[in-house]
Design a protein around this ligand. Sequence first.
Ligand code: VNL
Length: 391
Amino acid sequence: MHKRTVLQTALALGLIGASGLAVAQDNVFKIGLILPMTGPQATTGRQIEAAARLYMQQNGDTVAGKKVKLIVKDDTSLPDMTRRLAQELIVNDKVNVIAGMGITPSALAVAPLATQSKTPLVVMAAATSSITQASPYIVRTSFTLPQASVALADWAPRNGIKKVVTLVSDYGPGIDAEKFFKERLQFNGGQVVEALRVPLRSPDFAPFLQKVRDLKPDALFVFVPSGAGAAVMKQFGERGMDKAGIKLIGTGDVTDDDQLNDMGDVALNVVTSHHYSAAHPSAANKKFVDAFGKANKGLRPNFMAVGGYDGMRVIYEAARKTGGKGDGTALLEAMKGQLFESPRGPMFIDAQTRDVVHNIYLRKVERNKDGQLWNVEFDVIKDVKDPGKTK
Ligand code: VNL
């Protein structure tokens, strides 16, 4: 009799208890992907899920002889919900890996569970520096705000921008961006004349922008999470800030490729620093952008998609290296030190910090021959480690 038939028969006769079922599940490698699929960060969930599915479509749904099962859960960006979903995935579904994490509070809520259960947690979106220190089981494939902010604070004063107002979302990544941008700008002889913080949920940028107009800085530095950039850009234009001679600069979250093409001319010439642009001129990226668009009705991948795609690569490779037999700790060890070419360029998981090391690019929004808006890279700082880790 075929193996399967024996197993099915045994199951039907009730001969196999819980331990027998666990054996049957051994042929499955489970990834619990927790994302904001609805609510204010829904674009992040949509981008990451699409990228994870694309990775599986391109690389097969078996790894090391096991069938890969992707279990997607919507946490609506509420950290209590993220924690509850992670608990269920670990205890009931017995996932091999937890992944996703749309915002910092979600990642921090799950960190203790990853530690207790020794389950690797692959952070694909959240980007506050300290996240990787919240659990030795966290590996990050997104980026950190200090990485992106410092590069821009080096570029700005060399390009006539000395007096800056910062405007950030008032939580982990925004506070990192504000701090690291300001410190480096001051070091370079520039000055942050005012540091403004807006609430993460339903922010109204108008009163803040009015204040910026009155302060007349050379530039406004902005960090808002992916999905909120278009609103900032719109109000920046409506208030005539650009016409008043105030430049908009920021980390690449504000000219997010998910929204950029619909932002209109106000976005033209905005300079940002980031680890990923859909316009990154490499063969690997062209292939990624094309395939992503084909699989998703022409949608352009953003930096969230790349964090998800590369996170899947890190998980698959760890499963392969451990021959599909590894427990959580073995999988985690196999994630450390991975070095590969991402659509963003070369990237590396630092074995010591478990954080991503990659290039940071300076980019300027341009309208290309195709009539679309793109973040066109014009300079690069290679192999940037998270500056937050030395503090
Ligand atoms: C975070 C950082 C979220 C950067 C983002 O978009 C982002 C975070 C949702 O750490 O919460 O662009």
